[in-house]
Design a protein around this ligand. Structure first.
Ligand code: BG6
Length: 484
């Protein structure tokens, strides 16, 4: 691992993302010893004219909320907060970024030993509209200047544009200033334990190798549900909708890992090469294989226009045109304000040919990977119903992480991903060509929705979404299983 002074600069430090995700992730890394106080300094930068202590108090409040704190915990929080300094300035002013650079340099001079290099990590907890100007400012004023090596990296998060053209424009603006190895595009689903497990599962288990294809798999579902609505984010959400918010990024990344071919090694470039190939094999999405919904009450948010057609729910079928997957529907489903919170992958196998037990009605083999809540993997299979009768029943082989790995804390996605950015590992980050391919898949459909060619159907909050979505699922070949 590299040593030397590490400066983590959180841009947009007074905002919500920084408070809820970035600082807590940094805190957890600190507690686990990944951020050493003799090397690391954290700088918050934002427009608000607040003091170091104001920012620290905000973060303290969030870190300690609802917790019964013992003195050890309080001390850890205090030690962490001592690492944080605040600099205020706008996102396009030379003055602000010169001031920031001065602070970082002072820290580097005071902390750096002669053998150390300087590492500067800029975390953009910012709206993408300011990415281009912030990138320019960093490039002009804040790059690592150490003669002893080190680096400057930027961490950015979606939304990367609204469609192919705007995303490509943003990519070029950033790409003119930074090289690809300096750019970390976060998709936090790639930091989830069971998403990271997909490669291991698929390529380290003999069980799956011969079965993972169109000969055996009937359909795949990738599902995201939330049991709450847009809650104060209506204004942002209405511009983007559920497809840009969840499907085009989070669920599509999961699809890549489920569908890709085996990479020639675990090197980030080899993995990402395979992901791009899958994306490039996805066929155009057909309107008749899309159901959109909007929950009743969504437009009550004053920041949402009265006639908004923005979907808060979508189910659609993606089709991959290659030797492994032709004919297998990948059903993508995401919705807000539904009956439960859950993200899972369901791989449904075909019926057993020549079934002598006549157990078709009970359901098919299904392999379910539950990403959240309570990480688990289970396999639905048919067994003899215990007892004197020779009849069958659906049962499960179940691996529940909480039971099996008691005492192991599963890290938060952001924690893991920020650590990767410090270590320089880009495996779990989205490459530019991957992003482009993802937009190529969805842009025509998104334009048709934006033009009003496709309408969102109303659904009741707390429901399963529009009934038409279940019909689409059935049409795509999914068979509901009835166990027990
Ligand atoms: C974000 C979306 O990227 O992911 C949110 O913008 C969504 O709308 C969130 O709520 C879901 O993340 P998680 O990790 O809770 O599934």
């Amino acid at each position: 691992p590299e040593t030397g002074c590490l400066s983590i600069i959180v841009l947009g430090a007074s905002g919500d993302l920084a408070k809820k995700k970035t600082f807590p992730a940094l805190f957890h890394l600190f507690v686990q010893g990944f951020l050493q106080s003799n090397e690391v300094h954290i700088f918050g930068y934002a427009r608000s004219k607040i003091s170091d202590d104001d920012l620290r108090n905000r973060i303290r409040g969030y870190l300690l909320q609802g917790k019964t704190t013992d003195s050890e915990q309080l001390e850890e929080v205090s030690k962490f907060l001592q690492l944080i300094k605040y600099v205020s300035g706008s996102y396009d002013s030379a003055e602000g970024f010169q001031k920031l650079d001065k602070e970082i340099s002072e820290h580097e001079i005071s902390r750096n030993s002669t053998e150390g290099s300087s590492r500067r990590l800029f975390y953009f907890a910012l709206p993408p509209s300011v990415y281009p100007s912030v990138c320019k400012m960093i490039k002009h004023y804040c790059m690592n200047k150490s003669d002893l090596g080190g680096w400057t990296r930027i961490v950015v998060e979606k939304p990367f544009g609204k469609d192919l053209a705007s995303a490509e424009k943003l990519s070029s603006q950033i790409g003119e200033l930074f090289d690809e190895p300096q750019i970390y595009r976060i998709d936090h689903y790639l930091g989830k334990e069971l998403v990271q497990n997909l490669l291991v599962l698929r390529f380290a288990n003999r069980f799956f190798l011969p079965l993972w294809n169109r000969d055996n798999i009937d359909n795949v579902q990738i599902v995201f549900r939330e049991d709450f609505g847009t809650e104060g984010r209506g204004g942002y959400f209405d511009e983007y909708g559920i497809i840009r918010d969840i499907i085009q990024n989070h669920l599509l990344q999961v699809l890549c890992l489920v569908a890709m071919e085996k990479p020639i090694s675990l090197k980030p470039e080899h993995i990402r090469d395979e992901k791009v190939k899958v994306l490039q094999s996805v066929l155009p999405i057909k309107d008749e294989e899309v159901v959109l919904g909007q929950y009743e009450g969504y437009r009550d948010d004053p920041t949402v226009p009265d006639h908004s057609n923005t979907p808060t729910f979508a189910t659609m079928v993606l089709r991959i045109h290659n030797e492994r997957w032709e004919g297998v529907p990948f059903i993508m489903k995401a919705g807000k304000a539904l009956s439960s919170r859950k993200a899972e992958i369901r791989v449904q196998f075909k019926d057993v040919p020549g079934d002598i037990f006549r157990c078709k009605k009970q359901g098919r083999n299904e392999f379910v990977i539950r990403l959240q809540p309570s990480e688990a993997m289970y396999m639905k299979l048919t067994v003899k119903k215990p007892g004197l009768e020779m009849s069958t029943v659906q049962s499960e082989l179940d691996l529940s992480y909480r039971q099996r790995y008691q005492g192991v804390t599963i890290p938060e996605a952001y924690e893991r991903l920020i650590l990767d950015t410090i270590r320089g590992d880009q495996q779990h980050f989205v490459r530019r060509d991957e992003l482009k391919a993802a937009w190529e898949i969805f842009t025509p459909l998104l334009h048709r929705i934006d033009n009003g060619q496709l309408k969102s159907l109303p659904y009741k909050p707390g429901s399963r979404g529009p009934a038409e979505a279940d019909e689409l699922l059935e049409k795509a070949g999914y068979v509901q299983t009835h166990g027990y």
